[in-house]
Design a protein around this ligand. Sequence first.
Ligand SMILES: Cc1cc2nc3c(=O)[nH]c(=O)nc-3n(C[C@H](O)[C@H](O)[C@H](O)COP(=O)(O)OP(=O)(O)OC[C@H]3O[C@@H](n4cnc5c(N)ncnc54)[C@H](O)[C@@H]3O)c2cc1C
Length: 383
Amino acid sequence: MTNPNTNLTRTTDDVVIVGGGLAGLFCALKLAPRPVTVISAAPLGQGASTAWAQGGIAAAVAEGDSAEAHAADTVAVGAGLVDQRVALGLAREAGLRIHDLLHYGVPFDRDLAGKLAVGREAAHSARRIVHVRGDMAGMAIMTALIEAVRRTSSIRAIEGYAAEALLTEEGAVTGLQLRRVGDATAGPVTIASRAMGGISVDWRGRSSIAGLWAGGEVSCTGAHGANRLASNSLLEAVVYAARIAEDIAGHAIATPARPSPKPISQPNRPMPALSETRLRAMMTSHVGVIRDGDHLAEAVRAFADTERKSGHVALRNMATTALLVAASAWARRESRGAHYRTDCPVEKPALAQRTMTTLAAAREIAASLATDAAPRTPQQIIA
Ligand SMILES: Cc1cc2nc3c(=O)[nH]c(=O)nc-3n(C[C@H](O)[C@H](O)[C@H](O)COP(=O)(O)OP(=O)(O)OC[C@H]3O[C@@H](n4cnc5c(N)ncnc54)[C@H](O)[C@@H]3O)c2cc1C
């Protein structure tokens, strides 16, 4: 485990959680006493966007407020793309998850009567944001959860290792390829925070791959639509982490007949720092909140090129994620919610639906943009 370039290959019956932020740690705690291994690219407490959250968590816990009102605000902000059932489910479970966090030791602010103190933020129609010491919610939550995790003997944390590849057999996850983070890869491997999309999951957090659940920032549940309502992200992370733990608890996970960790086929050459820097800069300049078709197309071509040519697995994973985001943004020719296209400044009622894509479709868009004078139509994105 000390050689920075050594792949970690082990067999385990544990539930393996990738990510030591709010979603990962909350899920691990909810699964106790079932044995869990948490893989975190950075030491717990570092490199997680949870620690930066300064607002708080939205929960309709005040008198006179309701889950229905919370859900209605969520739907209104999402500009036609929020799944109403998901928003209502999130709002209804918020109180329970706040109590879980209190149980794990999060010191939410209280009023003089001892009730949870709630503030009002952004487009919330009521005071429903719970905080910790004003703007310290994220840091306080992480501190409390890390302490709870360290106290829980069923949870093993492997810190400083990044997951780089999922091993699958017949459409089901059988393993995970890890690599020590340190020399070559600086900082967390996540490419973006507060993306509105992600890995598509159902109400239990199940992805389309058997044995793979996703929750928190990496997932797309339908709760956020085209814009996030303030303080709903931490809420989404805990609600889905709890649902995933419950689903896993009732789920017989088949151990592969011959557990066979496979090495990554290509050697992991040192990451060209400039390429990562350029990729991050391009995400900001070409795929930021204000974008246009030409710059998105340029980004799609560049990310596809990096994805194809890079010999570094982590950089290739970043390029893959960036390609999916840029190709989806290129295909949606309108402005909606938090996304503004200067070449298509108007919201189009016909596009008021959630869209999903696949890597194959994104690569096809990239190929057409590289060769065609007439670019592909948005229909390539699967609605
Ligand atoms: C500045 C800022 C302020 C915010 N404020 C608020 C707020 O006030 N209210 C709100 O509701 N939301 C807020 N958000 C959003 C919220 O913080 C996130 O949605 C939430 O923390 C996501 O939790 P998570 O566990 O999914 O991800 P994270 O907390 O980011 O955790 C991800 C974990 O995965 C690890 N990791 C990443 N890649 C790999 C890999 N390949 N292998 C192994 N480990 C890996 C990281 O090291 C990290 O431990 C804010 C976000 C930011 C950036």
